[in-house]
Each structure stands twice: as structure tokens, then as C-alpha cells.
Ligand binder design. Structure first.
Ligand SMILES: Cc1ncc(COP(=O)(O)OP(=O)(O)O)c(N)n1
Ligand SMILES: Cc1nc(C(=O)O)sc1CCOP(=O)(O)O
Length: 167
């Protein structure tokens, strides 16, 4: 997507976030995050390095990282410029085609690090699989289809929140 199109879409999302009191997140692009006044910038392993992204966004933006291997988890835990990280895909998922599953092993590994930075399990997670992810040690998850394809997305989101909070 070209920058102008992404910024136009983000204006719509920013308005919705403001109405509902939610954070506005931008994926991959620090320049777009800055231009859109986003609250969150999410960086993949092949996006800008965190210090360069931070030089663009400034210190107040929440910066997150995707991790897919044990060594990437170690690096995300150690790096000072990021605020949270995601581990996955826990299962293969059509939302991210072609990416090999990292498995519950990576979720367990992230949990075993017992460190302070918030982290999320991602990839192929739904309400049926949630207990397995919690069992592996996750207390936060990122889901796409489990909410966007639910008959009642608000109820599905509420059920994730309820079960994660009581874990
Ligand atoms: C807030 C947020 N946004 C996006 C992702 C995942 O990003 P994506 O670019 O699809 O995956 P990577 O290429 O970064 O692995 C996320 N986890 N959180
Ligand atoms: C966007 C994304 N990133 C992943 C990663 O492993 O970094 S997995 C993923 C897709 C998550 O979608 P669903 O909940 O529909 O499986």
C-alpha cells in the first residue's frame, strides 16, 4: 500500500480508536506511525532496527517486535528500545501464509524467561486452543480470525479477556 493510502485508512482507524478509547497501532513503518500519530509501532524482524525506528517516532510511541525463534526471543528480551514482543506463529495460519509454525515450544520458552517485558502469543489461536496457550505460559494473545470471523466478535473478544484474566 502506498503511504497516502495507508494514511487515509489510518485516519478512519484513528477516529474509531478515539471513539472507543483504544490504541492506534501501525505495522512495519515508523514514518507512517509518526505521520499518523500512532500510539504503537509494530516491527518485524526485517523492518527498521528499533533505534532507527525510535529516532523517527520519538520516545513516547510503544514499540513492539515479532519473534519466531528462541534466539529472536532472547534478543527481544535484551533490547532496550522495544516495549513488548510477540512469539509465533504458534500454529500455521492462513492469515500469515507460508510461515512455519514455531509451536507451543516457543510460547513455553518465552514464559520460562520470566522477564518483565510484556509478550504475546500469536498465530492460529482461537478459543478452542486458548487453554493450550495458557498452559504453555502465555497470559496475552494476539488473534485475528478468532475475532474477525466470529459470529459475535465482541462476545469472542470478551471471552478471550475473561479467560486470560482468570488464568
Ligand atoms: C500490533 C501488531 N501488528 C502486527 C503484528 C504482526 O505483524 P506482521 O507484519 O503481520 O508479522 P511480522 O512480519 O512482523 O512477523 C503484531 N504481532 N502486532
Ligand atoms: C499477523 C501475524 N503475525 C504472526 C507472527 O507469527 O508473527 S502470525 C499472524 C497471524 C495471526 O492471525 P490468526 O489469529 O488469524 O492466526
Amino acid at each position: 500500500m502506498e503511504a497516502a493510502d495507508e494514511l487515509a485508512a489510518l485516519e478512519v482507524f484513528a477516529d474509531a480508536c478515539k471513539r472507543h478509547g483504544k490504541l492506534l497501532a501501525v505495522n512495519d513503518r515508523a514514518d507512517i506511525a509518526y505521520a499518523a500519530g500512532a500510539d504503537v509501532l509494530h516491527l518485524g524482524q526485517r523492518d527498521l532496527p528499533v533505534p532507527h525506528a525510535r529516532a523517527i517516532t520519538g520516545p513516547d510511541v510503544i514499540v513492539g517486535r515479532s519473534t519466531h525463534t528462541f534466539s529472536q526471543v532472547n534478543a527481544a528480551v535484551a533490547e532496550t528500545g522495544s516495549d513488548y514482543f510477540c512469539v509465533g506463529p504458534t500454529w500455521e495460519t492462513p492469515t500469515k501464509p507460508g510461515r512455519t509454525a514455531a509451536g507451543l515450544e516457543l510460547v513455553s520458552y518465552a514464559a520460562s524467561r520470566q522477564q518483565a517485558k510484556p509478550w504475546f502469543a500469536i498465530g492460529g489461536i482461537d478459543l478452542e486452543r486458548l487453554d493450550e496457550v495458557i498452559e504453555a505460559g502465555a497470559r496475552r494473545v494476539v488473534v485475528v480470525r478468532a475475532i474477525t470471523e466470529a459470529d459475535d466478535p465482541a462476545a469472542a473478544a470478551g471471552e478471550f479477556v475473561r479467560r486470560l484474566r482468570s488464568a
